[in-house]
Ligand binder design. Structure first.
Ligand code: UDP
Length: 388
């Protein structure tokens, strides 16, 4: 049997879009080995539009150093007229390349993991010579759904949370095309919980004390949200914790934190971008992070309570309220709040931490990725007919 091609569209802004696409691909490898040939493509890379190129290239730097600028861009484009303007200008530059790719690959379905790429894909598959194939959108934001996610030519839209479903409807996505499955999370985060022995063995492998209270500090793929300041404060405080810092692609923070020692004089583990995030999240007692949707969904699947330290203006504001309202985490934007909460949770038998753990188990959606994969399979095989 020849593997059927599928085209997954992403943009390498942050880590979430690619992580979501990779997660669905991994699920296919488990549930449908050899049946599909999945191509993950970033159509913005190498685009002719300097505006798009600069926006995507500078994303990491902007959110680390001037996140207000991202907020301004997000809110100023969060309306139907603004999205129409983008569609008729900068997004045009991506369309013909994508149409050529569709002609060459002949995918059985196109799945967009990015709000703007829905529109590009919808137009590309309507061009002469290109076959109209099912189009699916997987919303990779958790609660705040930007107007650009609404594209009337898409056949199915996967929504991430009850709040995300409401917002998706409000921005104009018809309810009958919404599939409220949740955010895709890689299979490595959804394995059964570790037994105490497995946890100790994993900690030893990672170089962490088997019995310590492990606090994992991170800030998404770009290590944003003042990670260095927070790491220093936690290291300096007299807390009975093992601190692990993952700076992602934030090389400057990683460099500044090199040689960091805790209050006992022991070195703190500081990493750059890691490819074994699931192991770190599974081994941690608590994760302190910016309110990125990917990290939140992953932590929930690993049953690791959340301390949200920062959010990106725009798409991450609603994530904070959602996490706090579900009881799966606390919002601790001030450094003193962070230190005090870690002190509270690291006390043996902390009731606050126990309450968070219970909530985390309730709200996790470990089945989301398998549901999304089955929806794509069904559409690719003609089970759900694309709109003409
Ligand atoms: N991540 C990773 N290695 C790192 C840091 C982050 O694989 O060193 C992954 C993390 O597991 C998650 C994604 O990057 O899947 C971050 O997504 P999120 O939505 O939290 O934030 P973003 O980076 O998109 O702003």
């Amino acid at each position: 049997m020849t593997a059927q091609p599928l085209l997954f569209l992403i943009a390498d802004t942050g880590g979430g879009h690619r992580a979501s696409a990779n997660a669905v691909r991994s699920q296919f490898e488990v549930d449908h080995p050899g049946e599909f040939d999945i191509h993950i493509v970033d159509p913005f890379a190498g685009t002719a539009s300097p505006w798009l190129r600069h926006t995507t290239d500078l994303y990491g730097t902007v959110i680390q150093h001037a996140s207000w600028m991202w907020g301004a861009l997000y809110y100023s484009t969060n309306s139907k007229p603004a999205v129409s303007l983008l569609k008729s200008t900068v997004l045009r530059s991506v369309e013909s390349g994508l149409a050529r790719l569709c002609q060459r690959l002949q995918p059985a379905a196109v799945v967009s993991f990015h709000p703007l790429l829905n529109h590009v894909a919808a137009r590309a598959v309507r061009r002469p010579g290109v076959t109209r194939v099912p189009l699916i959108t997987v919303i990779t934001d958790l609660v705040d759904v930007h107007a650009a996610w609404a594209c009337r030519d898409v056949d199915a839209v996967v929504t991430p949370s009850p709040g995300g479903l409401d917002r998706a409807r409000r921005v104009g996505i018809p309810g009958e095309r919404c599939f409220p499955f949740g955010l895709p999370v890689d299979v490595s985060f959804t394995r059964p919980p570790l037994t105490p022995d497995q946890r100790s063995a994993l900690r030893l492998k990672l170089g962490v004390a088997p019995d310590g209270f492990v606090v994992l500090l991170c800030g998404g793929a770009d290590g944003s949200g003042g990670i260095a300041r927070r790491a220093r404060a936690l290291a300096k405080a007299s807390l009975p914790i093992e601190l692990v810092v993952i700076c992602g692609r934030n090389r400057s923070a990683q460099k500044r934190l090199a040689g960091l020692c805790d209050h006992r004089g022991s070195p703190v583990a500081v990493h750059g971008f890691v490819n074994n995030m699931a192991e770190w999240v599974r081994t941690a007692d608590v994760i302190a992070t910016k309110a990125g949707p990917g990290t939140i969904a992953e932590a929930l699947c690993c049953q690791t309570p959340l301390l949200l330290t920062w959010y990106l203006h725009g798409q991450e504001r609603g994530n904070v309220d959602w996490v706090v309202d579900t009881g799966a985490g606390r919002y601790v934007p001030d450094i003193d709040q962070l230190v005090d909460t870690v002190a509270e949770f690291s006390r043996p038998g902390s009731p606050g931490l126990a309450r968070l753990r219970e909530a985390v188990m309730r709200v996790a959606r470990p089945e989301a990725t398998a549901d999304i994969a089955e929806l794509i399979v069904s559409m690719a095989r003609g089970g759900i007919v694309p709109r003409s």
